[in-house]
Write a protein that binds this ligand. Sequence first.
Ligand SMILES: Cc1cc2nc3c(=O)[nH]c(=O)nc-3n(C[C@H](O)[C@H](O)[C@H](O)COP(=O)(O)OP(=O)(O)OC[C@H]3O[C@@H](n4cnc5c(N)ncnc54)[C@H](O)[C@@H]3O)c2cc1C
Length: 392
Amino acid sequence: MSKQITADVAVVGGGIIGCLIAYYLTVRGIKPVLVESDAIASGASGASGGWLTPYSASCDPRVIALSPATLDLHWQLAKQLPAETGIDHRYQPITYLRCAFTEDGIRRLKEWYRQRLSEGAQVEWLGPEAARHLAPQLTGEILGAVRSDGEPTVDSYRLTVSAAQAAEKRGAKIVTGRVVGLLSKPAGGGASEPRTATGVRLQDGSEVSAGSCVLAMGPWTGEAGQWLGYPVPVRPRKGQMLHLERPGPTEGPDFEVAISGFDLGGSILPKRDANTIIGATREDVGFDRTATTEARDLLLSQAVRLSKKVLSAKLARQTACLRPLTPDQRPYVGPAPRWERLYLAAGHYSEGIHFGPVTARAVTGLIVDGKAGYDIAAYDPARLLTTPAATG
Ligand SMILES: Cc1cc2nc3c(=O)[nH]c(=O)nc-3n(C[C@H](O)[C@H](O)[C@H](O)COP(=O)(O)OP(=O)(O)OC[C@H]3O[C@@H](n4cnc5c(N)ncnc54)[C@H](O)[C@@H]3O)c2cc1C
């Protein structure tokens, strides 16, 4: 049965971005309605690596500059959310080794290392012996590595669910339903642009009237192009991962250090009290979310070149989900062009868990204070009207 609901803010999408926006709004005394078509964290937010790093995608210095702020917010959330919901989302500082297997890989990894040093990152260059001393599981193929201690991990499913539950406890309402359009009126009283968003319309005929609206629909945000009147080029890029069973205290391999193949791909990410993750593919196959044997074989073949322990570990499960990708690999966060009281928060590609808190705080700031409070100029959706919708 269709319903009429009224809220301070309508947030569309119950992934990490939408749930953290709902949470931070409630912290500021705002009562949002969060609309999710499936289940909370049913998208990539529930099946990501949960690695808090700004270096997965474009390595844009303006985006990397937001990393200390989002890491600080993650650190605060690791204390606040478990206290509010009882859910431990397994925030964990780890040591990470980016490894190179080839001479060309060593050259490119050294460039990467020098760039990070110039940005003030906590990184250290290790020769092969020093790398193997730190992580005896490394295979003999590795020629060098960069150690980093500033990129923690979380369980992104637990974090997203915990943010939603904390928001609900503080007065947010969660509605299950698919948003199919915006409610709006002309901003200045006339029939021409811009328009003011006054709520969202659901597939079952329900309406949520709201003072402001936020679209945080992950890879599905492209659908909003029909509502906004211009293309919103967010598209899916599939990622598959393997979960290696966590051994008992005396049996099987334990992966104490996270490692990745800088030049040959693949990564092994140990998680506190959970399975070790092997990641991840990058596939342009639309909205397909099936796990494939080809991906499993590719991921295992990359992982065995990284770690001697992989062959004796037991495969627990395989997951597949969709990263939200924009043409320039930067998300759209901020006011939607040609609209009033409408905000976009989508397209974080492979860094949405990391940049979720700073995104959510910025959107909350825009709605409540009229300013983001962070330099999110690189994320400005105004570029939707100026850059061609190229593919990323
Ligand atoms: C294999 C893999 C590994 C990853 N690893 C990492 C990592 O280690 N670190 C990191 O920071 N990031 C990682 N990411 C990226 C990260 O998972 C995403 O950037 C992030 O989850 C995106 O969050 P979101 O809230 O924007 O989207 P989503 O999690 O996709 O959530 C969007 C939600 O909106 C809902 N929705 C869509 N349309 C509608 C509608 N019309 N009405 C109502 N609801 C709607 C969907 O059902 C969905 O629940 C990884 C991604 C993949 C695929």
